[in-house]
Design a protein around this ligand. Structure first.
Ligand code: ZN
Length: 211
């Protein structure tokens, strides 16, 4: 794979936010990672996840929705070789005493969404399960025990924030993952849109009803 080590360079997480109308201090964070392996664009790993998060915010904006709780999209830096973006995000959240009600990650590719993995209390997981009929048809149909992501792991460990990971139909992921095949053309627009719609549905429900 022709990997090489270079000196560290200054880089940043990129954050977009819709402030909550009624409970702005309660934050729902959804994220993905901005860095990728150098051999290709990293379109599925993890450009698609970044688009899921940004696209979900755009869907809410386009619908004129004013969320009750704050919804934040974070594109974490340095997932692939150190998780320093995720660590820094968690450090700042603790310093600022931010209250995250849940953290959601999309880092499984831009394929057709199937469900969410959930690391939370059982009553919280059951509440999520009760929303399944509200997701777009032929997309999310389970909320299984256990799930999260590398970038949101530090926040979960720091303050116990419940975490979730978007699961997709990943049959082809390892034809592409970390290889020269992970290019823009390998992402199917419709499959990507279904993931975005699923993420938007989830964060909207969380912003309305909490966890
Ligand atoms: Zn990734």
């Amino acid at each position: 794979m022709h990997g090489q080590w270079f000196d560290d360079a200054l880089s940043y997480n990129v954050i977009a936010e819709m402030k909550g109308n009624e409970l702005p201090d309660e934050i729902i964070v959804m994220g993905a990672h901005l860095d990728s392996w150098d051999v290709a664009a990293g379109a599925h790993d993890d450009g698609a996840g970044c688009m899921h998060a940004l696209g979900a915010l755009k869907l809410l904006v386009d619908q004129g929705i004013k969320p009750k709780r704050t919804i934040r999209a974070v594109m974490f830096i340095n997932e692939e070789n150190g998780t320093r973006g995720g660590e820094e995000y968690a450090d700042q959240a603790v310093q600022k005493k931010e209250k995250h009600i849940v953290a959601i990650e999309s880092d499984a590719g831009g394929f057709t969404p199937r469900g969410f993995g959930v690391t939370a209390s059982e009553p919280q997981r059951l509440k999520l399960e009760s929303w399944l009929s509200l997701f777009p048809k032929n997309t999310v149909d389970y909320m299984s025990k256990g799930g999260g992501g590398t970038d949101i792991g530090p926040l979960h460990r720091a303050d116990g924030t419940p975490m979730m990971g978007l699961n997709v139909d990943g049959q082809k992921m390892f034809d592409l993952h970390h290889s020269a095949n992970d290019v823009f053309e390998a992402v199917h627009p419709r499959e990507l849109e279904l993931g975005t719609a699923s993420m938007a549905t989830l964060v909207y429900l969380l912003s309305e009803y909490g966890l």
